[in-house]
Design a binder for this molecule. Sequence first.
Ligand code: ACM
Ligand code: ZN
Length: 538
Amino acid sequence: MFKQLITTIFVSLFCLCLSAKTAATATWQIIPLPKQVTTTGGQPFALSGKTTIYYANGDAKQKRNAEFLASYIKEITGINVATTTRKGNNQIQLGIANVTGGNEAYHLDVTKKTVVLEGTTHAGVFYGIQTIMKALPIVKDAKQVMLPAANISDAPRFAYRAFMIDCGRHFFSVDYLKKLIDVFAMHNINYFHWHLTEDQGWRIEIKKYPKLTEIGSKRSGTITAPRSEQYDKVPVSGYYTQDDAREIVRYAAERYITVIPEIDMPGHTQAALASYNELGCTGGPYDVCQHFGVIKEVMCAGKAQTLQFAKDVINEIMDIFPSQYIHIGGDECPKDRWKECTNCQAKIAELGLKDIEGHSKEDQLQTWFMDEVAKDIRARGRKMIGWDEILDGTPSKDITVIGWTSPKATVRAAKEGHPTVIAPIQNFYFSNLRINKITGIPSIERVYNLDPYQDGLTAEEQKNVIGAEGCIWTEWVKDSKKLEWELLPRLAALCEVQWTQKEQRNLDSFLQRMLHIHDIYRLKGLNYKEDIEQAIKK
Ligand code: ACM
Ligand code: ZN
């Protein structure tokens, strides 16, 4: 009996040593690369089923963070880790502390006994949790995995790190958007820009104007290819109720992502005009558009009724979305109808607008219209954000400009004193297959190598560049597979532009680190462009 006991103890100890030696090990070389990683050379932390995650009693947000971490550990390694409010050893301890680097900063101290993760705020802790998740080795049903002893100090380079999805051209379900929000979260994105209205579909319930969704959310077919003039006769429909939208806001907020709603105006509004013909210059009739491009039918800026509509819609939107930023579009608004419209021309005369160099009187009518809506946005303590065409007038300096037409648009906005975001079509439009092809390493390089601080900006002007945004427009994206091919792995490249310090960015190092994030995509059942992986491995 005694001999048997000794043998059992010996065998168990032997197995324990062996498993410690052979246990899979995490790597802190993750995406986005943290600001500072110092490996201390100490003994690693052994994460096992006996490890617990500590959070302070009564701290509901930290409890949720702890639960996120436990679920990620389970998903990546198969290890079940309990959460607790009692401090001890063999523990990942989450806490709030004054960490250098601002609100989203965190610090990780990994030793043999504990992993101490502190953030300036709960958001900082959440980013530290994302780091741990991406560092973990992917193993099935592991007994334990090793976390190398290290000190990590991390904070983002830019405060505005966004991704936009166009749900106007094609509708994506609430459940699918939640899946995308999880993908954004693992890339440290903090804004989901939700493009909700288009010529081809109005997708958000507005109680005061029910026809917007009764009529405007449905079209009876779609052009089959650019300039084909063939229509597929397949109906497309769908909209988000206000409760759906609130649910998306809640889900995103738990992941420290703010949802910025966009109601695009005065252009890209044919679905609204189809619902309420009187909002257009000609009075219609209009249909919900079945083809794509820049559409001449736009809202009539000369009618008081149209401005009231815009204000009513934006006020309902502000009731649903707590975001500081409220996006009211402003892009691609042809002035053909306004030039012919007696209401628009009467308004131009009333306002005393004249053509001036670089700004036609119709451009200025648009600026006036947008500024009127912005007054309601400001009155509720929010900020207006719009596409770079708003610079064609002379908008108020507090308006944030997303530069999409080229990197120069961001430079112009910054020089003119606007807070601005870089999102050029050539680099950050992941859906533009003509000038931004998906395939191969060049598709990564084009994203990775664009720096938000463009040449020609002074240090003072650089301060106006608040961040970067990627966009997927869905004219030719009907399903999740194509959307994910466009998104991944380029989102990984974008997030390093948004988060990591410029001097740390290096394409070769990034490509090597990318292979592990591909494994995570695969584990999560996400579609991504595997040809890039094959090119790296060659
Ligand atoms: C845009 O791509 N029209 C903003
Ligand atoms: Zn008009």
